[in-house]
Design a binder for this molecule. Structure first.
Ligand code: ZN
Length: 147
């Protein structure tokens, strides 16, 4: 489990904004709210149950419900990365989802827009990318920003 949390931390520090989650066995590792990524340590990663109960770490990202909804609905997805990258948000190269930050409904909207794919942009907010693991999800997040 520590290895999984370190992996999560290693992936997360490459982003400058947004949040990320990854499966950690039966649990979910997710980035915390309100911490600068360059200061993020492995012990700052939150560990929650699939129902969202916090087991370890600080307060999870406000987008926790969306991450949990995606991971629950998509067994093929091992990690979710959400950024606020400006170009992809302004001119989305992927399907667009509508929804309010921090709500479970946002997760449903993201899943519907993705339609089995691995990337959507939340309108006027930012991209959400899925991957088998954090590396793949992050690579997609970088790729759609370059589009
Ligand atoms: Zn956001």
């Amino acid at each position: 489990m520590l290895t999984l949390r370190r992996m999560a931390a290693g992936g997360l520090v490459r982003g400058t904004d947004g949040n990320a989650s990854a499966r950690a066995g039966e649990l979910v590792a997710i980035s915390p709210t309100g911490l600068a990524y360059d200061a993020l340590r492995a012990e700052d990663i939150c560990l929650v149950t699939p129902e969202g109960e916090l087991l370890e770490g600080p307060e999870p990202s406000v987008e926790l419900p969306m991450h949990l909804a995606v991971l629950a609905a998509r067994p093929d997805v091992g990690a979710v990365v959400h950024t606020h990258s400006p170009h992809a948000t302004a001119e989305p190269p992927v399907p667009v989802a509508e929804g309010v930050s921090g709500t479970p409904e946002l997760g449903a909207a993201v899943l519907e827009a993705a339609a089995g794919g691995n990337a959507v942009v939340i309108r006027d907010h930012g991209p959400v990318c899925f991957g088998a693991d954090l590396a793949e999800a992050l690579a997609r997040a970088f790729a759609i920003e370059r589009c």
